[in-house]
Design a protein around this ligand. Sequence first.
Ligand code: TYD
Ligand code: MG
Length: 461
Amino acid sequence: MAKTQKSVFFCQNCGHESSKWMGQCPACHEWNTFAEEKVVSTKGSSARKAASLSKNVPTRIRDISLSQDARYTTGSKELDRVLGGGIVHGSLILIGGDPGIGKSTLLLQTCRNLAAQGRKVLYISGEESLQQIRMRAERIGESPESLFLLAETNLGEIRETIEREKPDVCIIDSVQTMYSEDVTSAPGSVSQVREATAVFLMLSKALGISIFLVGHVTKDGAVAGPRVLEHMVDTVLYFEGDRHASYRILRAAKNRFGSTNEIGVFEMRDTGLAEVPNPSEYMLSGKPEGASGSVVSCSMEGTRPVLLEIQALIIKTSFGMPRRTAVGTDYNRVNMLMAVLERRCGVSLSSCDAYINIAGGIRMNEPAVDLGIALAIVSGYRDIPIGDRVIAFGEVGLSGEVRSVSQAAQRVQEAAKLGFENILLPRSSAKSVKAPAGVTLCPVGTLREAIGAVFGNAVRS
Ligand code: TYD
Ligand code: MG
């Protein structure tokens, strides 16, 4: 086999390739992330084999069979939703997330569910011993018969095992611990991670096995992160959440078989991850009664409306420049809303510090929460609480107008379900919405009008 060896530098953060070392990566602008890797290319490279999967004969699109049961459920409604309705046969799914967030737990639970459906599942771990996985499985519940474990990191061995055992589903925990003997660089480096992913891609497509890859997200550049692999796999899911809080959110960053808007919400308990079927209730569970600067708004996460509490703390700047902080939402958007409030509604915020927080640690960037943020700022500034049964949503424009949002009726339904009685919404969206029993709709055209409706007096600076 003809071997050529050359030395190249890879950004360990984004996978950018360069022939010389650089201090800053020109692609992702991270500093000090370049590492030298020896690349040996042999004719028999598995990546190249993967490319020659089809038999070189073009097929008519009509002649390709559409199997009815192309998807099967994972046994978890939340995971199914994020995947676009279940696992597609022969798909390659990457799950990224910080260490300790619960990736292994989620996948082990999924394995249990799949094995309980009678599917053959192979869980390959390069990080934990079989005893450790068994111990975790004990916490989650009893283990079904068709769940097999393997502790292995050698890619060649893993490939042989998968080809021999032919499981329906295979888990690789994690892709960064796998190494191929054909590649000289250390496990976790860009070349190794790419090689491993190419092998799993080939296996999943050739044998119709659905493979989940676990990838750690790292910022220090020690190990190549999932960013490097995003373009190679079918679906990229990120598991996020505050390690100190118990809920976790699963988001799709890329999905060839479904929408990327959906989120799955889980709660980490001492018996594993539990699904949270109604995230709104969960998000509002700690809401203080009668506190100023607290407003409930509604954001659409895919097809599901999620209610959330926006908190604003506004205090006089004691020294120099006013300080603005936004946690869980876009900082620039908060600055823009403050400018609109100052200019269009006469609320003088230029000498105030503002701290905005979406309670619960969730990140929401939908413009529909603008009205909620603006009202929270006014409530915080005046130190007047907004009624507990009030909810506000709508996009705020630069002239202070409240613009329409999508799926207003669904948001109103969700708010009514959780007992909200007064709903502020854009006038243009209100036309298409019928108020449910016991709910008063309050359509507003401008931010000024909304402030008037909530606080009684139109403007007081
Ligand atoms: P883990 O799945 O090992 O994380 P990852 O694979 O993403 O690195 O999850 C580890 C954390 O989850 C650990 O801090 C303990 C916690 N945990 C629970 O709270 N309850 C449980 O039942 C399990 C299995 C883990
Ligand atoms: Mg793990």
